[in-house]
Design a protein around this ligand. Structure first.
Ligand code: PEP
Length: 245
């Protein structure tokens, strides 16, 4: 239970076609009558194929749209299969997720992430910057070291902290059904805030309506990045309701 301003970011990953947009009707309706609507910011990050349609659908609502990744180049270029931040902004995206572990795993380095963040901010997008340790890094007590490095290099020479939100997503928690222990998460969020001079911090990794009450005990969190559970409007709405009631 909270009275704080909270972000609820939906990461649809590689799921959804045009018909999936109908599922937003429930969320739009819910938000209209939700008493705490001025406390919350909902951001949907669908696959790029749905951004334009989703922006149009949500035009008269207070629900925002973001992308799940972008290319690091600020200009057009011969980069087959890629989309840069300017192109995302052009179709109405307001946010972009950068540094997600599913992309880091494919070879995205802290240096590339840093360039992506620079150019996304330059294009006027807000950045949801993902950081998190793997299970072996956690076992070897390297969590703080890893996060420190990801923050230091990822945010190198970035001045515009106000347009950045950090999503702490332990890699071992994503899609596993497991969430961190309350005291561990509290301590990690505190560590991230100290290192970043108080950038907002979201938690991501297996957030669902059943465990949200445990996560809501962490009062220094500024919201959640929700993968699997965000694809079902009922679950997504339940997570929001349970955070405020
Ligand atoms: C994610 O991958 O950003 C995420 C939070 O996934 P899930 O909620 O499915 O663990």
């Amino acid at each position: 239970m909270t009275n704080k301003y909270m972000y609820f970011v939906a990461n649809w990953k590689m799921f959804g076609g045009v018909k999936s947009l109908n599922s937003l009707d429930k969320v739009i309706k819910f938000l209209r009558s939700f008493k705490k609507k001025n406390f919350i910011k909902i951001v949907y990050c669908p696959p790029n194929t749905l951004i334009d349609l989703m922006v149009k659908k949500l035009k008269k609502t207070k629900i925002y749209v973001g992308a799940q990744n972008c290319h690091e180049s600020e200009k057009f270029g011969a980069f087959t299969g890629s989309v840069n931040p300017m192109m995302l902004k052009n179709v109405g995206a307001r946010y972009v997720i950068i540094g997600h572990s599913e992309i880091r795993e494919k070879g995205e380095t802290n240096k590339i992430i840093n360039l992506k963040i620079h150019n996304a901010l330059k294009s006027g997008l807000k950045v949801i910057f993902c950081i998190g340790e793997t299970s072996s890094e956690k076992k070897n007590k390297m969590t703080k070291n890893v996060l420190n490095k990801q923050i230091k290099f990822g945010l190198d020479r970035i001045r515009n902290n106000k347009s950045i939100i950090i999503a702490y997503e332990p890699v071992w928690a994503i899609g596993s059904g497991i969430i961190p222990k309350t005291n561990e998460l509290l301590e990690t969020v505190e560590f991230i805030k100290k290192k970043t001079k108080n950038i907002k911090v979201l938690y991501g990794g297996s957030v669902n309506p059943k465990n949200i009450h445990r996560l809501n005990l962490i009062d220094n969190l500024d919201g959640y990045l929700i993968g699997g559970a965000s694809q079902e409007s009922k679950k997504f709405i339940d997570i929001i309701k349970k955070t405020y009631n």
